[in-house]
Design a protein around this ligand. Structure first.
Ligand code: BDR
Ligand code: CA
Length: 312
C-alpha cells in the first residue's frame, strides 16, 4: 500500500483524480491533499479540493493550501479550459469542511520527516511548486520519498500551452527542474499518454450511468472539459490527464513507458518548460525518469468507473 500526498490544482481532471484516490483505499493511503495555484488561483483550487472531498463523503480528509504561484514567474492560469471556478460543470456548493491551518509545504515537510526512508509517494498533478519548495526548505525529506509520480510534460507529443510545453511544467519550469534533479525515482505521465485517455461520448455516458452524485458531477465536469479539446484538437473526447497518475499507483500494468534521461528547459523563451527526453538514448546518459507514453485506455476507464461506483 502506498502512503500518498496528492498535490493538485483542481481542475476537472484533478477532481476525478481525487475521487479515484479516495475510492481506492486498498492501494492508496491518502495522507492529505495539498493545493497549488495553477489551472485557477489558489482560492479556487483549495476550495475545489474540499468540495470534491465533501462530494465523496470525506470531510475528514486533510486539505491544505500551498503556494499561490510559481517560484520565479507570474502565475499563468487556464480558465479558458477549466472555466472560472476550475471545475465548471460540477455545480457544487461552497465547502463547509475546514481548510487545514498549516501551509501545504509544511505539511509535506512534516509528513515526510515523520516517515521512514522511501515511504512517501508524492503525486503532483499541477505545477510542482509545493514539492520544490518542500525540497528546498528541508532537503532531508528527499530520502523519505519512495517515488514522485506526476502528470506533466510532453515528450514526443507537442505541447498544449505553447507548441513546446505542457501546462503544468510550463507554469513552473523551475520547480519541475528542482524536483527532477533531486534524484528521487521519477515517473511521469506526459501528454503522450494522456492524449490517449480520451473521454469519448460512450465513456462519458458510463460516468453518467453511475447514477450517483459522484457520477452526475463527473458527467457535468467532463461534458464541460470535453468541449475545449474536442474543438481545438479534433479529438474524440477530452484527455483525462490527472487520473492517469492515480491509476498508475493502483495498476501500473495499464501503462507502458521507457526509462530515459530527461531535462527541463528553464531559459528559452521559445521552448520554456519543454521536457526534453533522450528517447533514443543518443547521449547514453543514466536514465533519471520513467516516462509513460501509452496506456490500455479501456482498462483505464474500466478501473475508473468501477472505482467511482463505490462512492455513494
Ligand atoms: C494538465 O494541466 C491542467 O490543465 C490539467 O489539470 C492537467 O494537470 C494538463 O496539461
Ligand atoms: Ca491538474
Amino acid at each position: 500500500k502506498r502512503h500518498v500526498i496528492l498535490d493538485c490544482d483542481p481542475g476537472q481532471d484533478d477532481a476525478v483524480a481525487i475521487l479515484l484516490a479516495l475510492a481506492s483505499e486498498e492501494e492508496i493511503n491518502l495522507l492529505g491533499i495539498t493545493t497549488v495555484g495553477g489551472n485557477v488561483p489558489l482560492y479556487w483550487t483549495e476550495s475545489n479540493a474540499r468540495r470534491i472531498c465533501e462530494l465523496a463523503n470525506r470531510p475528514d480528509m486533510k486539505v491544505f493550501a500551498g503556494a499561490s504561484g510559481p517560484l520565479m514567474r507570474k502565475l499563468v492560469t487556464a480558465e479558458w479550459i477549466h472555466g472560472k471556478t476550475g471545475i465548471d460543470g460540477a455545480n457544487l456548493p461552497d465547502p463547509t469542511m475546514p481548510l487545514q491551518e498549516a501551509h501545504g509545504v509544511d505539511f509535506i515537510v512534516e509528513t515526510c520527516m515523520a516517515a521512514g526512508e522511501g515511504e512517501i509517494t508524492l503525486c503532483p498533478i499541477g505545477p510542482m511548486t509545493n514539492i520544490a519548495l518542500a525540497m528546498m526548505k528541508e532537503p532531508q525529506i528527499i530520502p523519505k520519498i519512495r517515488e514522485i509520480v506526476c502528470m506533466g510534460g510532453a515528450v514526443r507529443e507537442m505541447g498544449n500551452v505553447t507548441p513546446a510545453a505542457e501546462f503544468n511544467i510550463y507554469v513552473d519550469p523551475h520547480a519541475a527542474k528542482v524536483v527532477l534533479d533531486a534524484g528521487v525515482p521519477f515517473t511521469m505521465m506526459p501528454l503522450d499518454v494522456t492524449h490517449k485517455a480520451l473521454v469519448t461520448p460512450d465513456r462519458l455516458q458510463r460516468f453518467k450511468d453511475l447514477n450517483s452524485p459522484v457520477g452526475d458531477v463527473c458527467g457535468g465536469m467532463l461534458d464541460y472539459f470535453n468541449r475545449f479539446d474536442m474543438t481545438r484538437y479534433g479529438f474524440d473526447g477530452g484527455p483525462l490527464h490527472d487520473p492517469c497518475v492515480i491509476a498508475y499507483l493502483i495498476d501500473p500494468d495499464i501503462f507502458q513507458g521507457r526509462r530515459v534521461f530527461m531535462d527541463i528547459e528553464t531559459r528559452s523563451e521559445l521552448t520554456l518548460g519543454q521536457t526534453v527526453a533522450d528517447w533514443w538514448n543518443i547521449q547514453e546518459r543514466e536514465p533519471n525518469a520513467y516516462v509513460c507514453d501509452s496506456l490500455d485506455a479501456e482498462a483505464f476507464f474500466d478501473l475508473l468507473t468501477t472505482r467511482l461506483a463505490r462512492l455513494k
